[in-house]
Design a protein around this ligand. Structure first.
Ligand code: ATP
Ligand code: LTN
Length: 341
């Protein structure tokens, strides 16, 4: 048997995918593909936890799949699929709901933040982490590469898995680990370096670098980035320097340099204006080939469909037997099993 670790991660198709999603998550998925057994998912069911326009959701789901491919997810090395194509996710989520205490979900910070911002909160928003737990557990994933903000959800997944294993007295679910990158785990908003760069805020001009932004838009956002009244270009823990820190952090994550190398690169910079333009330039050059490949894939819908159908078949072959086995363990009668087992 292979001792390669199993990796699962997901990304919501809706909203504007941004540099934080890329540096905190997708880039790392692509980089480690060869060492792992990988499954990556466009989690369209998760997007339904807040109201969506149906046509837009359909378009964004395909566009996200194309973007993951453009960022280097290779269907020959990884399973890539759309969550709703594998019905085991919704089915298994119900089963997990029936072992998850309500209080665990009410404590989730993301639920508290998102529900506070909405007038009418859907049941699905509360249940979101259980659907996510299923995504991970139905593939026996050992590792879940995500940005910092998702750590609590992966910890909840561990709690749900342990509870199921304890209730049914067997090591049925693998207990997964969150894998948080050392750099890029928390890219902050350019307009406000005290909040994380976020899809939900990415419509606001100057907040995020969106993956499909034009070079002019990217330059505009960086030029307007909030900094401070000083001049020193160095990493710092001073809250007043959060803006400069964020710009340097982006540059470090993209170039792969150490803090000292990054600071040396800017030793002769003429103030923050120079810093902003040079960070914008490395971002523009990184995104250029990704955007070109994304365009090609969107122009060839048949090829995209073929890749996604293949991915869904691979995913189904893993997740459906796992969910069927869960049903049996929980006491449901499997169709065609005369003795109920
Ligand atoms: P929202 O904040 O609107 O809920 P999001 O920007 O977090 O959405 P997701 O689809 O939820 O987008 O996240 C996809 C992946 O990107 C996750 O692994 C998440 O941890 C990571 N991620 C999101 N924002 C950032 C960020 N600012 N810095 C680093 N990683 C991030
Ligand atoms: N909740 C995650 C997306 C997500 C996910 C997953 C991540 C859904 N299912 C399984 C890792 C593993 C988010 O909003 N970023």
């Amino acid at each position: 048997m292979s001792d390669r670790k199993r990796v699962f991660s997901g990304i919501q198709p809706t909203g504007n995918t941004h540099l934080g999603n890329y540096l905190g998550a997708v880039r790392n998925w692509a980089a480690r593909q060869a060492e792992k057994i990988n499954t990556f998912c466009v989690v369209d069911l998760h997007s339904l936890t807040v109201p969506q326009d149906p046509e837009q959701l359909r378009h964004e789901t395909r566009s996200m799949a194309a973007l993951l491919l453009a960022c280097g997810i290779d269907p020959a090395q990884s399973t890539l699929f759309i969550q709703s194509h594998v019905t085991a996710h919704a089915e298994g989520c119900w089963l997990l709901n029936c072992v998850t205490p309500l209080g665990w979900l009410q404590r989730m910070t993301q639920f508290k933040d998102k529900s506070a911002r909405q007038e009418s909160v859907l049941t699905g928003l509360l249940d979101y982490p259980v659907l996510m737990a299923g995504d991970i557990l139905f593939y026996d994933a050992d590792e879940v590469p995500v940005g910092e903000d998702q750590k609590q959800h992966v910890e909840l997944t561990r709690d749900i898995a342990q509870r199921f294993n304890a209730l049914y007295e067997q090591e049925f679910f693998v207990i997964p680990q969150p894998i948080i990158p050392e750099v890029g785990a928390r890219v902050m908003g350019l307009d406000d370096p005290t909040v994380k760069m976020s899809k939900s805020l990415a419509d606001k001009r100057g907040h995020a670098v969106r993956m499909l932004d034009t070079p002019d838009e990217i330059l505009y956002s960086f030029k307007r980035a909030v900094t401070d009244s000083g001049r020193e270009i160095a990493f710092s823990n001073d809250p007043d320097k959060a803006g400069v820190n964020n710009l340097l952090g982006i540059y470090r994550a993209i170039t792969g340099q150490s803090n000292a190398e990054v600071e040396a690169d800017f030793a002769n910079a003429r103030g923050y204006g120079d810093l902003k333009v040079r960070v914008a330039e490395v971002v523009i050059e990184t995104l250029r080939p990704i955007q070109a490949r994304h365009r090609e894939l969107m122009d060839d819908p048949a090829e995209l469909d073929r890749i996604l159908a293949h991915g869904a078949a691979q995913a189904r072959a893993v997740a459906q037997p796992k969910v069927d086995e869960m049903k049996r363990i929980m006491g449901l009668v499997l169709p065609g099993a005369a003795d109920g087992r």
